[in-house]
Design a protein around this ligand. Sequence first.
Ligand SMILES: *Cc1c(COP(=O)(O)O)cnc(C)c1O
Length: 852
Amino acid sequence: MSTQPAGSAAPQMSDESNPRFASYGPELPVTSPLALGPVVSPPHTVEGFVKEFLHELNYGQGVALSRSSVNDQYLASARAVRSYLMAQWLETQRRQRETQAKSVAYLSAEYLLGRQFDNALLATGLTDTVEKGLAACGIDIDVVRAQEIEPGLGNGGLGRLAACFVDSLASMNVSAIGYGIRYEFGIFRQTFVDGRQVEQPDTWLDLGSPWEVAHPENSVQVGFGGRTETYTDDDGVERTRWIPDSNVKGIPHNYLVPGYQNGRVNTLRLWSAVATQSFDLAIFNSGDYTAAVRAQTFAENISKVLYPEDSTPQGRELRLQQQYFFVACSISDFLNYVLPADFDITKLPERIIFQLNDTHPVIAIPELMRVLVDDRGMAWDEAWAITQQCFAYTCHTLLPEALEVWPTELLGKLLPRHLEIIYRINDEFLAEVRKTFPGDELKARNMSIIAEYPERSVRMAYLATVAGAKVNGVAELHSQLLRDKVLPDFSAMWPEKFTNVTNGVTPRRFIKLANPLLSTLITDTIGVGWLNDLERLRELEPYAEDPEFRASFREVKAANKVRLRALLEQRDGLVLPEDAMLDVMVKRLHEYKRQLLKVLHIVALYDLVVSGQAKIEDITPRTFVFGAKAAPGYRMAKEIIHLINRVAETVNNDPRVDGRLAVAFPPNYNVTLAETLIPAADLSEQISLAGKEASGTGNMKFALNGALTIGTDDGANVEIRQLVGDDNFFLFGLSEPQVEELQAKGYRPSAFYESNESLRRAIDLIASGAFTGGDREAVGPIVGDLLYNDRFMVLADYQSYIEAQERVDERYADPDAWSRSAILNVARSGFFSSDRAMTDYMDRIWHVSPRR
Ligand SMILES: *Cc1c(COP(=O)(O)O)cnc(C)c1O
């Protein structure tokens, strides 16, 4: 039998709306059943799967079952599963061409997808079939699963959010397409050498990538550099054209984004860069072969590697090239390939909304203007009116250093026409500002898209705000601070532009796949249907009082801890103690997230025991787990990683605290590790300084998996606490207004050090070199910064944090009270489904609706 579902190639060949297919030869008549698409999907039987699998193994991989490697088996089973999805994808695409429904194009430089295999099985409902089929071939599905390397095409929360959103859009039957970059090397693989982070390249493509389908025939050419010139067209109209001096070709790679058992499969299109023929031909003809090869390398560098900075952009030329490359490819793809050839471009806002995931894709705004005005000959004002309806911008930060700016010199060199367009947008915008705030020249200067100091540069967030139909923050508090602190003049001018959409996470991956035992318990208790209607978790509330349910809930948590212990032992050789509270802080390493506060807590507990102030029997047994990558150039973050590893080593090897305090820092925190770690956690550490974390999504994953949160009033913690209730959340620390107040009156961290004995002892112990084999220099930068700078007020929140941890201990000592709170966290966190976030985007920003 064929590995392709019947007719898989036919519908596209019949697509007469697309001129690019003209070169594909004679079209099939549209009445041919093959042309209409693969309505018959392959049989969902064990036997059917085995046939597909063996076919892929024999004729795809070219090996017999008896001689196949685990990788062969993984690739063959992935492709067999993919063929089921492909049938549904073709049908989804056919319907979309027919209805021409308004779509969402999510533009994101990052997608932190996680493994695909299990998600594909869940979406197709094939998990059991495939497990049985592989078993019939003598293969353990778990071994096959473990072979997959996750595509790590994102840094952290922002990239994972994009992955959750495309999952939800498909699962809610919304017409949507994700656009991004297919980095050859995703986020680095973190290793530790002597406790210090050492980065290794992420070679995720090395063993083959069965989930992507490259379409070189749909490649797009993108220009860079060169100059602009004005000319008079045939109608006597003065116009501008851009003459780039180099070109790069973007090749789309389709990833299938299956909805949860609803038959829809959307597309994620990731672009990789290669040299164009026209680019190197000239050089080839000149006989300079090595120059031609260098040109090739220039082009291919663009999609080579993901920048590993999370919330601190470096402003490198290559990064701007990446940004422009992927949005130019995406806009061209949408206008020329997705839209029918006869589409009336003035109707664009009825057909598409481009959602900008942070400022990374904001260069798409002048690019659409350029295409409409220069390429399609539209008048400026009309093009601007259309552009303003086609974009919406999501801001993800409050840190000033995270707001992206591009020096005009760099931007003008790389994209001269775009800089001209930005200047004109700014001129017209400033005219409007002067009308709104007459005589207020300072206002005009403050709001200008062009900053003059310290160097002339383009403020990408301002450009996005001026052009976007809507601007949203990602949690209630963040959206409020965005209006009041980051963009106050803009929110005064256009209050209706600003809105909030609190982030969410997909319950398919982060409950069903990550926590199958909890999922079964939930289904056994409230029935099916909650996975795509997560507010239904509310029905669990009464069971918080049910001793039998509590016991089952505890059994699930215990089993998840066993699973985690086994994984960490096998993955990293880490042996965790049994029967301890699992206290987890996993997220990117950043000073504002305050991993150091967690370290101080551990050191203080350790100090209590070793100094004899407390008996080890009186300390609640806790295992602290960290997971965190630091940006390779972020010195302080790397020092903190080193300190955590040193503290772990010391504590774990000290017989005085043996078995009751332990610290584990498995390297290379990623989505795959998160999926085992989070369901095992008792306590979720969400301890950023108030006003610094835009939302957080890790916090949501933990609450949904029945961990209690110890957290500040920051980001989505605020909403988590409101929903789960004060009794079921351990709040501590300064509020955002209190932070401002302390800042204003002059924050002196040393005052806190001097007046708090426990804090002083903890810092002194670190400073003494107790964790670094007597080496005080190794901890100098951290201690010095805490005492004399402490930008994120670790010391100011220390006492409050310690007291909250004491409340944690008290609650934990009463297993029934703890379970009750944990169950209520699950029951009341349905709001944090990314499905709800998508509903909010649809209602408040996109004005699209799910398809039937
Ligand atoms: C959810 C997630 C994040 C985001 O965590 P925060 O605590 O919200 O910063 C980062 N990395 C991975 C792998 C995740 O799954």
